[in-house]
Ligand binder design. Structure first.
Ligand SMILES: Cc1ncc(C[n+]2csc(CCOP(=O)(O)OP(=O)(O)O)c2C)c(N)n1
Ligand SMILES: [Mg+2]
Length: 605
């Protein structure tokens, strides 16, 4: 069949199916896009000609549309994705941040930026970067370090190998992330004879790989010998749908579970083995147990510095690691026993090898007592009464209003740390805080993606004023698509998290206050949302009840106090370097404290 390269790619993408555990679904939910001369007549024409193939959603900002695609993929445990098409130049480079975010978080998105003429006829075309020393360079080369697979389709028939390689990486649990197919604008519109087989429905099986038996036996032996073992559950537990296997494993063995940001929801918050968040934004329960753990069983985690509290969380000098991860690179971390495999399959096999084994009753009881004490602390923080409201009370009100299957979405600012500690998660897909890249502006577009993936759940987006101002445009896209979001916009007039960090480092919150009074409610209203202004917690609760009954998107604007002390940290530390010399006394004092704290940093060799 004679098709343009753009038409061939669109038809191919619409025919891709993903399957795991015998359950299949179409891989691509649709295509976000913003057109320009680099894609309007190629990919744009192909989408226009066959609207039945892929749902097209026009977006407001290319970065925002990649965030939305990431939100969608995460909600579907990576068994689904969106395509993002952009023009060349600025439209393309606007997607670079989104690509990095997807790759850091290991979430599949397919990016198809337009590229300069392969023919080099109109050279330079509008928005082309010229190098003078490399004829084949374009701004799309910026995607190479932030993509798990990159290709440039220089001839129409190259669509075939490029598209197949893209699907292999997108559906690989170990390799997934952003995939970029840079598509020169002339090639998109050129025709070739496309084999029927290329366009036929194709199913990509997602395997559940098991580690080798020797490593499994070694790990089981280490677990049997441990007196105070601890699980650190990461995003891999959730993506692999291993939460039931994890619950069975910890109920049988009595091993307590702590959670990373991506892994929160691995156990219900009120399970007696659930110690909640671990690390720099961890609970007292988790951080106390982490400090004395002699064996850390990391499952689907990459041990970021927030999880390990910059390698100060695990203080037993003899602590060892067992790492269950689909990615060899993560399984090998901290000189651990590497179990390279799928979280669910590996946990099930480990449970068999550990049949009859359990930690001693004293340890089990200590963990569940700490978990209960922590929950009382959450109750205290939810109930704080002050005006303007405390952020912890805002979280409490939203948690009370949300149903057990509803989803909370957040990414940057002071809110993610507070949510990590305080959010009572009742469903494995109920907590969606992007903290791999912690990208301001992710919140609203990601909420849109989550809702597209899970229309049966209500989605609560918590967003700071700073994040809101960075990328509010996809609010319009949510309104346009008739997607219901409940957005709680926490306005503390500035970058409170960085302000507090700056004060702790001796620099007085420099550059973090928002000096201009911005009416964010009026702004959200102008973008088409229903807006409610809530000045106190009672008003917030009433607004949330009202939003529940709404069919469309509601933005609730709540003021909080930027300077008010927030939720404390619990026996933990995070490495942020302080100037070694300074004329400011507060900086010199902070440096002294820093040098002392840094001595606790470990290498785990
Ligand atoms: C794109 C981006 N730029 C900068 C940062 C660094 N940063 C982290 S939080 C933050 C301030 C966020 O402000 P706001 O959304 O108002 O939340 P608050 O800190 O006030 O809770 C900044 C600048 C970031 N995470 N992402
Ligand atoms: Mg703020």
């Amino acid at each position: 069949m004679r098709l343009t390269a753009g038409q061939a790619l669109v038809r191919f993408l619409a025919a891709q199916v993903v399957e795991r555990d015998g359950r299949s679904r179409r891989f691509f939910g649709g295509c976000f896009g913003i057109f320009g001369h680099g894609n309007v007549a190629g990919v744009g024409q192909a989408l226009h000609e066959r609207p039945d193939l892929l749902r097209f959603v026009p977006a407001r900002n290319e970065q925002g549309m990649v965030h939305a695609a990431v939100g969608y993929a995460r909600q579907l445990n990576r068994l689904g994705a969106w395509v993002c098409t952009s023009s060349i130049g600025p439209g393309a480079t606007n997607m670079v941040t989104g690509a990095a975010l997807a790759t850091v978080n290991r979430l599949p998105v397919l990016l198809v930026p337009g590229d300069v003429f392969a023919s080099r006829g109109p050279d330079p075309v509008l928005q082309q970067l010229e190098s003078g020393v490399r004829g084949d360079l374009s701004v799309n080369d910026c995607f190479i370090p932030v993509s798990r697979y990159f290709d440039r389709i220089e001839r129409p028939e190259q669509v075939i190998p490029a598209a197949l390689a893209a699907m292999r990486v997108l559906t690989s649990p170990a390799e997934t992330g952003a995939v970029t197919l840079a598509f020169p604008q002339d090639v998109q519109a050129e025709a070739f004879d496309v084999p029927e087989q290329f366009l036929a429905e194709r199913t990509w099986h997602v395997p559940r790989a098991l580690p080798d038996e020797f490593s499994l036996a070694t790990a089981a032996e280490a677990i049997r010998n441990a007196r105070r073992p601890l699980v650190v559950a990461g995003g891999g537990v959730i993506y692999s749908e291993a939460t039931d296997a994890l619950r069975t494993f910890c109920e049988r063995t009595g091993i307590p579970v702590t959670e990373t940001q991506a892994g929160k929801g691995s156990l219900r918050y009120d399970h007696p083995s659930c110690l909640g968040a671990v690390g720099a934004t961890g609970t007292l329960a988790a951080n106390r147990i982490a400090a004395g753990a002699d064996l850390v069983i990391g499952i689907g985690t990459r041990f970021g510095d927030f999880t390990t509290a910059s390698k100060t969380a695990f203080r037993d000098p003899a602590v060892r690691f067992v790492n269950v991860n689909v990615a060899e690179h993560d399984a090998a971390k901290h000189a651990g026993i590497a179990l390279t495999g799928d979280a669910r399959a590996t946990l099930e096999r480990l449970a068999e090898l550990l049949a009859g084994h359990a930690v001693d009753d004293g340890y089990r009881a200590e963990c569940s007592r700490l978990a209960r004490e922590w929950d009382a602390e959450v109750t205290r923080l939810y109930a704080l009464e002050q005006n303007p409201p405390a952020q912890s009370a805002v979280i409490g009100a939203v948690n009370d209003a949300a149903g057990p299957r509803d989803v909370v979405v957040c990414a940057a600012g002071s809110m993610p740390g507070d949510l990590h500690k305080l959010w009572r998660t009742r469903d494995p897909k109920g907590y969606h805080v992007e903290y791999g890249y912690s990208c301001m502006g992710y919140e609203i577009p990601a909420g849109l993606g989550v809702k597209l993936a899970a229309p049966d759940r209500d989605v609560y987006v918590l967003v700071g004023d700073g994040s809101y101002l960075m990328l509010p445009g996809e609010l319009v896209t949510a309104v346009q698509e008739g997607v219901k979001l409940t957005i709680v916009l926490v306005d503390n007039r500035g970058y409170a998290s960085i302000g507090a960090l700056s004060r702790s480092l001796g620099t007085d919150g420099f550059g973090t206050a928002q000096p201009v009074a911005v009416d964010l409610a009026a702004n959200a209203e102008s973008l088409g949302a229903r807006v409610i202004r809530a000045r106190a917690i009672g008003e917030l609760r009433a607004a949330l009840a009202e939003a529940r009954g709404e069919a469309g998107t509601t933005v609730i604007v709540v003021p909080t106090d930027r300077e008010a002390a927030g939720v404390p940290s619990y026996e933990t530390w995070w490495d942020v370097p302080v100037a070694e010399v300074s004329s400011t006394a507060s900086v010199r004092a902070a440096r002294e404290a820093y040098e002392h704290a840094r001595t606790a940093e470990r290498r785990f060799l």
